[in-house]
Design a protein around this ligand. Structure first.
Ligand code: NDP
Length: 328
């Protein structure tokens, strides 16, 4: 059983050298246990925070232990009456080929109507994150403009589509012409602005002629500062992520006057604080996905061994859509 452990914590930027591979025997399930053969492992930006032992909302990843993270797979053997061999499941299986679970945080999913790895993306934690921040913090009214950074990413792609489905105007910010074309042509954004373009600030202004009523912030940095200049009175800002600073870049405080003068509501959130809403969100998202109303894109790296580099690349914005590793 190939397992990837955290070898030592990064002191600066994370690199594959922070991880170590071990080969162990495939375990046999004991009483109540389930053996899962994992098929996809999820790479998520929050993992960077857990590699450090600084106090945060989540407990740090343990050194010398299997790297934690979401994964999907198939039940290989089970001594737990809730799970049958052959069932598709999602859980926190971590970076390993086989996962021995006590069934506690394991969930059976329907992998016929929706591809199994979608339960790590639009019909999983990132999708619920989009749903929560948009519906409860921004709560856009029809005709309002919602601005979404990392617009083609796992979270952002769902935000844009839900905003449009509710009658809002959705404007994305993404890195590069190809991502922007995908945002408009496939995800249905009304407009998308390339933050890597030298004309970004002017392009953003032109893309939101009526101003911005809601900001779904995934990145931070200079594009966010520009977004603040486009706010309408009573705009709502959902602070979901600040990925531009996860590897140490400073986060600048904006000029606070805009919050007062424009009577802004700004709220940071962590999706795992709102577990009671997950069933409703997942039911809605699965319905959209199964009916073909929800589109998304994936970057899939082959082989579990690719996970450390895939995490590094995600943190540098080199993914296009949900970042995954195919285990087999
Ligand atoms: P994405 O799939 O969106 O991937 C990250 C994207 O961020 C990149 O592809 C890149 O897109 C963009 N980006 C822009 N600037 C940078 C930069 N300087 N460095 C790296 N990436 C950059 O990831 P997720 O959808 O999984 O997560 C999006 C955000 O949501 C993250 O900040 C994450 O931490 C947060 N999050 C928060 C949760 C919560 O509970 N609050 C839960 C889940 C995620 P582009 O090239 O288009 O700019």
């Amino acid at each position: 059983n190939l397992q990837i452990l955290l070898d030592h914590r990064p002191t600066d930027k994370v690199s594959p050298a922070n991880f170590r591979f071990v080969e162990t025997p495939v375990p046999a399930p004991g009483p109540g246990q389930v053996l899962v053969r994992q098929t996809f492992v999820s790479l998520d930006p929050y993992m960077r925070g857990r590699l450090s032992d600084a106090k945060s909302y989540a407990r740090p990843q343990e050194v010398g232990a299997v790297m934690q993270g979401g994964a999907v797979g198939v039940v290989e053997a089970s001594n737990n009456p809730r799970f049958q061999p052959g069932e598709a499941v999602v859980g926190m299986g971590g970076w390993q080929r086989y996962w021995l679970s006590d069934g506690g945080d394991l969930r059976v999913v329907d992998a016929r109507a929706i591809p199994i790895q979608a339960y790590l993306g639009p019909v999983g934690m990132p999708g619920v994150t989009a749903w929560y921040g948009l519906n409860t913090i921004i709560a856009p009214k029809a005709g309002e403009t919602v601005l979404v950074s990392a617009a083609t990413g796992a979270v952002g792609s769902v935000v844009g589509q839900l905003a449009r489905a509710g009658g809002a105007r959705a404007v994305g910010i993404a890195g590069g012409a190809e991502k922007c074309a995908f945002a408009v042509d496939e995800l249905g954004y009304d407009a998308c602005v390339d933050h890597k373009s030298p004309t970004f600030a002017a392009d953003l202004k032109a893309a939101v002629p009526d101003g911005v009523d809601g900001v779904f912030e995934n990145v931070g940095g200079e594009p966010f500062q520009q977004a603040l200049r486009r706010l309408n009175d009573f705009a709502r800002l959902a602070i979901c992520g600040l990925i531009a600073s996860y590897e140490g870049a400073p986060t600048a405080l904006p000029d606070m006057r805009v919050f007062l003068v424009r009577r802004i509501k700004i709220e940071g959130f962590i999706v795992s604080d709102h577990m009671s809403l997950w069933p409703q969100a997942l039911t809605e998202l699965a319905g959209h996905a199964a009916a073909g109303r929800l589109k998304w894109r994936e970057t899939i790296r082959e082989g579990l061994e690719a996970a450390p580099q895939a995490l590094v690349d995600l943190l540098h914005g080199e993914n296009f859509g949900k970042m995954l590793v195919r285990v087999d």
